[in-house]
Ligand binder design. Structure first.
Ligand code: ATP
Length: 449
């Protein structure tokens, strides 16, 4: 049976501590839609920044871009999504709720809700359900054109392949990466951020010369690169694995496909990230449908060809969810039980929190503010907190995963002369405190980050 206890704890912490809220909650919410709060948006930003740095900014062979969410229907006909981006849908004969026929767990879970009417339980024959989210653009009904909210961010890159070639003149192999929202009318959004209807993706399309050996080597390279990148978010090696898709599991465009999977407590090994060998599928189809020539001229060999594409495609929100699942910890500290997020400091929403020991001592507050303001210039993700007693403040920071808390006390002000201008630095994971000079704080935290 599915162990959802940890997931429920995370949903509750995410709301309590300002990470993630149900979308439009005061109006009753919207299934499969979530809003990010002040802490969640920083965590998500850090994950995206880490992607941008490693896959794009630090490389000389990859360009970044940002394509629009709305795209004409023709794009999705070319990419095969209008025809093939479907899930098998079945409807419960008792309550007409819909489910995906290929998700035995969802089917069993639903049948369980009708235990008392077992003999009536049954499903309709599966029908094909397209996941693209459709809308209309244009001022009048008559002239409005049908457009889609992109079902994957991939196509925005392929349709700009020629623009990037003509403006940047790159030589193969080269990549184009982007981060952005995608929309899917999932039949059964579930498991918090795992299956949403609006979510964000981070992707790289890496174009290569069409050649089996180059294809295999490049695929291997990006498969390992993506896996190591994912580990770098702070996962234990045993929490992640690489799994090859069986031929009947692959998307319509894929020559080969592997997933990075995370071992979730609620559903076992689930997809975090996909590495796909898309061959020339996308560029060829867009050449055909748009009538634009999307081939590449190889100056060296004087050949003209349609490049192949090796894709790395990851969900931002799934990374947020898996990072939270991995980091969630409970232990005992000073005889009290506590919850803390053992986040990698690199992606923690707040790196350092600064507290005056007491709120009603102006000298302490002024010194704490001064330290906070100076440090914040070097480390922007900081928090000042003088709310409630110090123990409560530590607990609050533990729950949002802040790696270090700095406390300004009477010794900082010189009550014990030998400790003047020192503060305590508390470590999130051990709860241990160390005294440090104010002057060394900035270097110390920067070195740890
Ligand atoms: P699944 O099999 O779980 O539906 P998929 O194979 O359709 O996923 P891709 O099309 O390869 O997924 O999308 C790339 C990535 O986007 C996935 O690895 C996942 O992290 C993310 N993703 C896909 N669908 C969703 C969703 N409904 N909610 C959140 N993230 C998603």
């Amino acid at each position: 049976m599915k162990d959802t206890e940890k997931l429920e704890k995370i949903v509750s912490l995410a709301k309590r501590r300002g990470f993630i809220f149900p979308g439009s909650e005061i109006y009753g919410g919207l299934s499969g839609i979530y809003d990010y709060g002040p802490m969640g948006v920083e965590l998500r930003h850090n994950i995206k920044q880490y992607f941008w740095d490693k896959f794009i900014a630090e490389r000389e062979d990859v360009y970044g871009m940002s394509a629009a969410i709305l795209m004409p229907a023709r794009v999705w006909e070319a990419s095969g999504h209008t025809e093939l981006f479907t899930d098998p849908l079945v409807e419960c004969k008792i309550c007409h709720e819909r489910a995906r026929a290929d998700q035995p767990e969802a089917i069993a879970e639903h049948e369980n809700t009708h235990k008392k009417e077992k003999e009536k339980m049954g499903w309709s024959l599966p029908s094909v359900f397209n996941l693209l989210v459709e809308t209309k653009l244009g001022a009048s009904e008559a002239t409005a054109s049908q457009v889609y909210l992109r079902g994957e961010i991939t196509q925005g890159v392929h349709v700009n392949f020629k623009n990037v070639l003509d403006s940047m003149h790159p030589k193969l192999p080269f990549g184009i990466g982007q981060i952005g929202k995608a929309f899917r009318n999932e039949i059964t959004p579930r498991d918090f951020l795992f299956r949403q209807r609006e979510f964000e993706q981070m992707e790289l399309q890496y174009y290569i010369k069409p050649d089996e050996k180059t294809g295999t080597e490049t695929f291997e390279y990006w498969k390992n690169f993506a896996f190591n990148w994912y580990l770098g978010l702070g996962f234990k090696k045993e929490s992640l694995r690489l799994r090859q898709h069986a031929p009947d599991e692959r998307a319509h465009y894929a020559k080969d496909a592997w997933d990075i999977e995370y071992n979730t407590p609620f559903g076992g090994w689930l997809e975090a990230w996909g590495i796909h060998h898309r061959g020339d599928w996308d560029l060829k189809r867009h050449s055909e449908y748009s009538k634009e020539d999307l081939s590449y001229f190889d100056e060296e060999t004087k050949e003209r060809y349609i490049p192949w594409d090796i894709e790395c495609s990851g969900g931002v929100d799934r990374a947020v969810l898996f990072v939270l699942l991995e980091a969630y910890s409970e232990d005992e500290l000073g005889g009290e039980s506590r919850i803390f997020l053992k986040l990698n400091p690199k992606i923690a929403p707040i790196k350092v929190a600064v507290f005056p020991l007491l709120k009603n001592k102006p000298d302490l507050v002024a010194k704490a503010k001064e330290i906070y303001t100076t440090l914040k210039k070097k480390i922007p993700q900081m928090m000042f907190d003088d709310n409630g007693n110090i123990g409560k403040r530590y607990r609050r920071q533990d729950e949002i995963g802040t790696p270090w808390c700095v406390t300004i006390d009477f010794d900082t002000l010189g009550e014990k002369p030998e400790l003047k201008d020192t503060v305590t630095v508390r470590d999130r994971d051990t709860g241990k405190q160390e005294r440090k000079n104010i002057s060394e704080l900035s270097e110390y935290f920067k070195a740890m980050l």
